[in-house]
Design a protein around this ligand. Structure first.
Ligand code: GLY
Ligand code: MN
Ligand code: MN
Length: 488
């Protein structure tokens, strides 16, 4: 990676980090070079751009937000780059709230809804094209010559269907503004500083909660994105099956890298850290170290999801026999989880309490655990009453899915976990059984076996649709699929 021009003295660099040197030239840049760099560049302004595919949806989302908070100024930042070290940054991912309302993913962007008449006027504040006069475009670490061309404000306006202004003017404008304001916190410290004596934590939280609840029911664009994410994820799982023998020679890392390739080629990224858990690692719920061996005869629990370019993620788990065939005990445990998942999925329908799918899956798992003699003399009802099955089922059976893998997390209990399912909601159904390697309460041969099966289920008008159904789930179908895929 190329370094930027270094200032002459280290002292100066400490006083004024390179990437903040927005104005003024570095020592070592001659006046002639500075002058030379100002001109001789073609005008590349783009005209007549088509609006992005979701522009009408983002307009509807902003209109709903406007209705909820009449007469109040609403500030929704995309967030800023975070420094990893010196002039190197972590990769940027726009805040879910900003991307949901604008369809834009530009760092430092801020959406402002200004009260106007009965509703609001939206403005998106963005960094304009780099200035060539002051050398910013080639001397600033975030100048276009270093990080790539940005859209001009006029171009952004055409693409997003929202008037665009220079974000550098926003903090001062917000400081001067009067009237009630709400801000989505946690993304942009500069904006928060400008609003510090105008907002309250409680009122800001109401905005965050609203934006979480607004995403409980997905619109047509979002459903299409989730479908895309699931399809790409299925291809990523196939990629992994194809290279399982190579992973055996290396480690879980090979699996992680293989899936990541698919995520980057077909989408924006992975939607969360891939869990590539072979053998006993499968009993660690969020095993993302992925540095262990992949051994034939053991199971691979792969929990991974592609995030689309528009930031919608799948969240899928398959537990696969590494050598292609389940052992009798692995199959017994796998089939129990499969049965629990079937019961959970069957409970997903409009009007059903959200909790019903969890309860249905837990009941099946408790029945199996009792049948296998792991709960002493207790019957299923008692086990469920005391929650004793949870020693081996460990987690809730699912969650909402969307732009965040654990989507709508700020929604209130009454609208989410204690609410009812509605068409357009999308959730995971992901029961599991996990027998820790050091669990002395189960027979030795169970220890170190972990199984989870996870699918992404859309609530439809008359039931549900499994968006990840193209990946087989039944044990014999998994084996047949693996054999097919390995053969090519
Ligand atoms: N991948 C995390 C989860 O399944 O919730
Ligand atoms: Mn998952
Ligand atoms: Mn999940």
């Amino acid at each position: 990676m190329a370094e930027q021009l270094t200032p002459e003295t280290p002292e100066e660099s400490e006083e004024q980090p390179i990437k903040q040197r927005k104005n003024g030239l570095y020592p070592g840049v001659s006046d002639e070079l500075a002058e030379n760099m100002k001109s001789g560049w073609a005008d590349t302004e783009l005209h007549g751009l088509e609006p992005i595919a979701q522009a009408s949806h983002t307009a509807d989302r902003r209109a709903a937000l406007s209705r909820r908070f009449p007469g109040e100024r609403l500030v929704i930042p995309a967030g800023n780059l975070r420094t990893r070290s010196n002039d190197t940054e972590y990769s940027f991912r726009a805040s879910t709230e900003y991307a949901y309302l604008t369809g834009d993913q530009t760092q430092d962007g801020v959406l402002v809804l200004e009260p106007k008449g009965e509703g609001h006027e939206a403005t998106v504040y963005l960094l304009p094209r780099s200035d060539r006069e002051n050398g910013e475009f080639w001397l600033d670490g975030q100048g276009e010559l270093w990080v790539g061309r940005r859209h001009s404000l006029a171009e952004a306006e055409q693409l997003l269907g929202i008037p665009a202004k220079d974000v550098r003017e926003l903090p001062a404008a917000l400081r001067e503004a009067t009237g009630p304001v709400r801000n989505v916190r946690g993304h942009d410290a500069g904006i928060e500083a400008a609003l510090t004596d105008k907002v309250t934590a409680e009122r800001d939280e109401e905005l965050r909660v609203y934006l979480s609840e607004a995403r409980l029911v997905k619109d047509a664009f979002e459903v299409a994105e989730l479908r895309k994410a699931c399809d790409a994820t299925a291809r990523g799982f196939e990629d992994v099956v194809k290279v399982l023998d190579k992973a055996e020679a290396t480690s879980e890392r090979y699996i992680e890298g293989t899936f990541f390739l698919r995520a980057r080629v077909e989408g924006n990224d992975i939607g969360y850290g891939s869990i590539c858990a072979a053998g006993p690692h499968a009993t660690t719920l969020h095993w993302v170290r992925n540095d262990g061996p992949v051994r034939p005869g053991e199971l691979l629990l792969l929990d991974a999801g592609v995030e689309t370019n528009e930031l919608y993620t799948a969240d899928v788990t398959r537990t696969l026999p590494i050598n292609g065939t389940f052992s009798p005990l692995q199959r017994k445990i796998y089939d129990a989880v499969y049965e629990a998942q079937e019961a959970g999925i069957a409970a997903v329908k409009p009007g059903a309490p959200y909790r019903a799918f969890h309860d249905a899956a837990q009941r099946v798992l408790a029945e199996k655990l009792v049948e296998w003699g792991l709960c002493g003399d207790l019957d299923v009802e008692k086990v469920l009453e005391l929650g004793l099955q949870r020693r081996w089922t460990l987690h809730g059976t699912g969650h909402m899915l969307g732009m965040d893998v654990h989507d709508c997390a700020a929604a209130r209990t009454e609208t989410y976990v204690a609410g009812d399912l509605e068409p357009g909601m999308c959730l995971t159904v992901e029961p599991g059984l996990y027998f820790q390697a050091d669990d002395l309460t189960v027979p030795e041969e169970y220890r170190g076996i972990g199984v989870r099966i996870e699918d992404d289920i859309l609530v439809t008008e008359d039931g549900h649709e499994n968006l990840s159904a193209s990946l087989p789930r039944r044990s014999d179908e998994v084996e047949a699929w693996m054999a097919r895929v390995k053969q090519g």
